[in-house]
Design a binder for this molecule. Structure first.
Ligand code: NCD
Ligand code: ZN
Ligand code: ZN
Ligand code: ZN
Length: 415
């Protein structure tokens, strides 16, 4: 309810929480039952990219990570930018997904009218790539963004990087260092702070004019946080609602980690400086960041070879996002109520999933049982994502996920 721990007995019937009663137990809680995590940003790669991942494998990894709802992005093959592709994807999800799900509909330069005709209940929101990332989807016309924002009540989630700045930076560094690739250290210089800042500024200006439900995905820089904070505090049109997302990779790693992990942590937008990471972590506490997600974006290890130009962008994270955040709690960066707010309550509210996000009578029995006294060793053999690797390999987390339930049914049980 408020992220506080209580000793209770919970009765569940037909997937719904029937009653919550205090128990007589007065000893400190041995195990924690938390609301299932709602991850509003995953790439499960199906259909079309199933050498990297598929709905079955990745939703099992999600369940093992305490995630009970995922929202999948449209950059698959065929892209989820047509009613047919959406129907095809839904059929695959209904068949293979171990957890609850929502689907984002991708916006292109010429599908907005058709996209707006999709019944609201069929999608969790629209996804707009203002700068192209994996998959090359792109729509960076601000007039069209305004049109979309003002014609839907759904969430409009944006990938916010400026395409022109990225291209100019890439050409600039290639002129200085001719060749077919650049070292990974160039990645945050190509996908620069300025690229993020400019795209986010334009999107915020569009939003301030027309309102709507803007959601900025994977925020990475201190300057964007300042802009978001200012817009949230300012005067907005009626029905205007702005939210910002931070992803576990950007919250955990910083540019210092390129030295050790190289292109494994190459992701768009790039992992930036330590100062940016500090600002992001601050944003979790002061309300600038509303939602913590993963941007779970698996690629095969051989696709992660090479540097700033050649390596694929994105990394798997859905199996470890809750453990990463709990580890950050142990490090004093945030509290358990913060984690519940950022990973359960706020995403539920943002996407109007009124039956989820908290443990309360009448809500769905979507739970994760955590042992706060056991450890999790991230070993390759325990990785469930099809790509078979993790940027957290060899990390030791000081919590263990024991069981995950979706609507009262166990979908993951740790042996
Ligand atoms: C994502 C992917 O691989 O699908 N890659 C990434 O670096 N984040 C796409 C995206 O979210 O930008
Ligand atoms: Zn993105
Ligand atoms: Zn993504
Ligand atoms: Zn630790």
């Amino acid at each position: 309810m408020d992220g506080a721990l209580r000793a209770v007995d919970i009765k569940v019937k037909d997937g719904v929480i029937l009653s919550i009663r205090p128990t007589a137990a007065v000893t400190p809680a041995k195990l924690w039952l938390l609301p299932g995590v709602i991850d509003d940003h995953v790439h499960f790669r199906e259909p079309g990219l199933t050498d990297k991942a598929d709905i079955e494998s990745e939703s099992r990894a999600a369940a093992a990570g305490g995630v009970t709802t995922v929202m999948d992005m449209p950059n698959v093959v065929p892209a989820t930018t047509t009613p047919n592709a959406l129907a095809e994807k839904r059929a695959l999800y209904d068949k293979h997904c171990h957890v609850r799900y929502g689907l984002f509909y991708g916006i292109t330069d010429d599908n907005i009218e058709e996209a707006l005709r999709i019944p609201e209940e069929e999608i969790c929101g629209y996804k707009v790539f203002l700068g192209s990332s994996t998959g090359g989807m792109l729509m960076n016309d601000m007039e069209k963004l305004k049109y979309l924002l003002s014609h839907t009540r759904k969430v409009v989630a944006i990938h916010s990087e400026d395409e022109d700045i990225i291209r100019r930076n890439r050409e600039h560094f290639l002129r200085i260092h001719p060749g077919d690739d650049l070292g990974i250290m160039f990645h945050p210089m190509i996908r620069s702070t300025q690229a993020c800042q400019k795209a986010t500024m334009r999107a915020l200006q569009a939003f301030e004019m027309v309102g709507g439900n803007l959601h900025i995905c994977h925020v990475t820089t201190a300057t964007e946080l300042d802009m978001i904070r200012r817009v949230k505090q300012g005067k907005l049109p009626n029905n205007a609602h702005l939210t910002a997302e931070a992803c576990v990779g950007h919250l955990w790693f910083s540019a210092d980690d390129y030295k050790i992990l190289g292109s494994l942590i190459k992701v768009n937008p790039a992992i930036k400086s330590l100062a940016d990471r500090t600002a992001l972590r601050h944003g979790l506490i002061d309300g600038t960041i509303d939602i913590v997600a993963t941007d779970h974006a698996p690629h095969l290890l051989n696709e992660k070879k090479g540097g700033a130009l050649k390596a694929a962008s994105g990394m798997p994270s859905v199996q470890y996002s809750l453990l990463v955040m709990l580890e950050m709690m142990n490090h004093g960066i945030l509290t358990l109520p913060d984690i519940i707010r950022l990973m359960c309550e706020n995403p539920a509210r943002r996407y109007k999933l009124w039956d989820r996000g908290a443990i309360r009578e009448g809500m769905s029995a979507d739970f994760v049982l955590v042992d706060p006294h056991a450890k999790t060793d991230v070993e390759r053999s325990s990785i469930l994502s099809k790509c078979g690797w993790s940027p957290w390999e060899d990390e030791m987390f000081h919590h263990k996920i024991l069981t995950t339930w979706v609507q009262g049914v166990p979908v993951w049980q740790n042996s």
